[in-house]
Design a protein around this ligand. Sequence first.
Ligand code: A3P
Length: 316
Amino acid sequence: DYLRDELLTQETIDLISSLPKVKGWLVSEVCQFQGYWYTQAILQGLLLCQKRFEAKDSDIILVTNPKSGTTWLKALVFALLNRHKFPVPSSGNHPLLVTNPHLLVPFLEGVYYESPDFDFLGLPTPRLMNTHIPYPSLPESVKSSSCKIVYCCRNPKDMFVSLWHFGKKLAPKETADYPIEKAVEAFCEGKFIGGPFWDHILEYWYASRENPDKVMFVTYEDLKKQTGVEIKRIAEFLGCGFIEEGQVEEIVKLCSFESLSNLEVNREGKLPNGIETKSFFRKGEIGGWRDTLSESLAAEIDRTIEDKFQDSGLKF
Ligand code: A3P
């Protein structure tokens, strides 16, 4: 699975030996690079991506913290961009009906780790890709080109709870006896896969305010409350041209939690790295954290949110 490390190169191993490390939640160890905490595998993917990826002006890159709506955003933007080639409603042959969104939209650092020779130039234009890479660590060409970035952020308590359950499915051995109190502590210290979550969000938030033509900021909550409105905003940002109201409605339906999570490919499929596709669909709700977090743990995350986001204008 994506936590395995047999594809590590000597170069990465040497670099990692010089980086700060902590015993991790979800994985045995995470190491810190350019301010963020990574598994060894994802770090290798990131390094190769920084070295090799050449952005084109027409590229579209979806960015998220893990468990913030990546799968959904991939589906929505894929359906939007391909609405002429694959109209919705479809006669049953829409790629999203038979393929998990993660296989339709390549995950940059994952692909660079697992298939370093993947032909990114072979992707159709505009190339649609996704990443969890923090803003400052993006490949230079992503920042300097005119490619577009759509960033989706989610309420940190829901994100934590989603990651908590995902981790239990993905790495049952590593997480079986891991106390949730320690996981919340790691989350609030920022020392877990992809953390600190607040820097990740804030850096894209400020980038979107400074450069609204380049970086668009959306939230899982807005997507949930008004999916159609957000699709139209995204379409406008990406310069997709006119899109009919009926078409928007069909995309909303096709990509809804109910629709995607009930498809056979998403109930019973597996990604090439072994992750079961159903692990990307759990509840798909706003405020679902209440089922998992005690009041005191929720308050602990709230204090971190308050502390880190107070001057940003972002509210959760
Ligand atoms: P929950 O665990 O809270 O249910 P990611 O795609 O970034 O890994 O995020 C996964 C989260 O998004 C999970 O949240 C999952 O259920 C939710 N999700 C997946 N597809 C969705 C959809 N079509 N609509 C709404 N939420 C969705």
